[in-house]
Ligand binder design. Structure first.
Ligand code: AMP
Length: 354
């Protein structure tokens, strides 16, 4: 069943209470919607800018049911929301749907899914038991990266394996591991797309992404020629992924640009850090188009507003150096309202256009 488009004043539910939810809620407010945040943590920077907040466990069925009743449409800003409690949503109320979560929550499943669509991930092997570690590392080869199969993000739940001996004695968690060969890439980039309820797909320009310590540090346009030459192939795969999942909303796929073509790294079934530049750098931001898709409205133009756009993440305490950030007249400063600046925590970002 397709939902009719949401009238102004309708309530959009957001599962997850972080900065992505905050920026979705701000875009929703601009379009005249109210947002209701559902998150298990009581400190929610999304709830700070939303009309309503339910602070409850993902498994609190009563709270989830009341939330479902209050919201005309529901989306998520966090891909690790458990899937079972989401059965309370019906008739296309949840967008993107559960299928996208099921694939994206499990690195092994995600890689297999993408391979079946013709994509090329890094060489990999799934590891379910301690006894399989040595074999997997031997088969794929070292150096490589050991990753938790579930729940990893921003480089967390990952260990570099320099040689086969490094993996000896590794204890495999219950949810398993995936071992990946190290990809020798020239650059990293992402494909950010939005897909409407009617299946229309639009892409933003692909930024060149630089990570430091596994965390995105900068997204930048224009991307180098090495990347732009691989964007068409990467887009074709990302579109296939979105179509296969009957996806609704913004979806991101991260790629390594290698001399052998684009290597798929991972997908995020949500708005993405490497798309924050679109707030000031594109005609329609990823957040606005996500809301439009979820609300059943026509999609906005994704064209960039300048040839050169940069987005720098503010990680940890550097975010609070306001005199420095504000002394640059070209800087669009975004702070996420987090009071505590821990090391490695994304606190805000700065975009410069042109
Ligand atoms: P992930 O959380 O899996 O996206 O990993 C975070 C970052 O670690 C990536 O953006 C890369 O910079 C690096 N990385 C992850 N997997 C690999 C790999 N197989 N080969 C080389 N670098 C990787």
């Amino acid at each position: 069943m397709t939902l009719p488009s949401l009238p102004p004043g309708a309530t959009i539910g957001i599962l997850g209470g972080g900065q992505l939810g905050r920026m979705i809620a701000m875009a929703a407010a601009q379009l005249g919607y109210r947002c209701h945040i559902y998150a298990p943590e009581k400190d929610s920077v999304a709830a700070d800018v939303a009309a309503k907040f339910t602070c409850a466990s993902w498994h609190d069925r009563e709270a989830m049911q009341a939330f479902a009743q209050d919201c005309a449409a529901v989306t998520y800003e966090f891909e690790n929301v458990p899937v079972a409690p989401l059965s309370v949503f019906s008739g296309g109320q949840l967008a993107p749907g559960v299928a996208a979560l099921e694939v994206a929550q499990d690195r092994f499943r995600e890689k297999r899914f993408v391979e079946q669509l013709g994509g090329k991930p890094a060489p990999y092997a799934a590891i379910d038991h301690d006894s399989e570690v040595a074999d997997a590392v031997h088969k794929v080869g070292a150096p490589g990266i050991m990753k938790t199969r579930r729940d990893g993000y921003d480089g967390k739940g990952q260990w570099r394996i320099a040689s086969e001996g490094d993996a000896a004695g590794l204890r495999v968690p219950e949810s398993g591991l995936v071992y990946e060969g190290l990809v020798h890439f020239e650059a990293e980039f992402s494909v950010i797309l939005v897909r409407s309820r009617t299946g229309e797909v639009r892409f933003w320009e692909s930024p060149h992404n630089t990570h430091v310590g596994g965390i995105l540090s900068r997204s930048e346009l224009p991307a180098p020629a090495m990347v732009t030459g691989q964007v068409d192939e990467a887009r074709a795969l990302a579109r296939q992924v979105a179509d296969a999942l009957d996806y609704v909303g913004v979806m991101t796929c991260e790629f390594f640009a290698t001399t052998g073509g684009p290597v798929f790294n991972e997908m995020a079934p949500r708005v993405h850090n490497s798309g924050h530049w679109t707030i000031e750098g594109a005609i329609t931001s990823q957040f606005e188009n996500h809301v439009r898709a979820v609300a059943g409205l026509p999609l906005g133009d994704t064209a960039s507003l300048a040839k050169r756009v940069t987005m720098d993440n503010l990680i940890g305490a550097e975010a609070f150096d306001l005199p420095r950030h504000l002394s640059d007249p070209a800087a669009h400063l975004h702070l996420y309202g987090k009071a505590e600046a821990r090391d490695g925590r994304k606190m805000g970002h700065i975009t410069r256009v042109g």
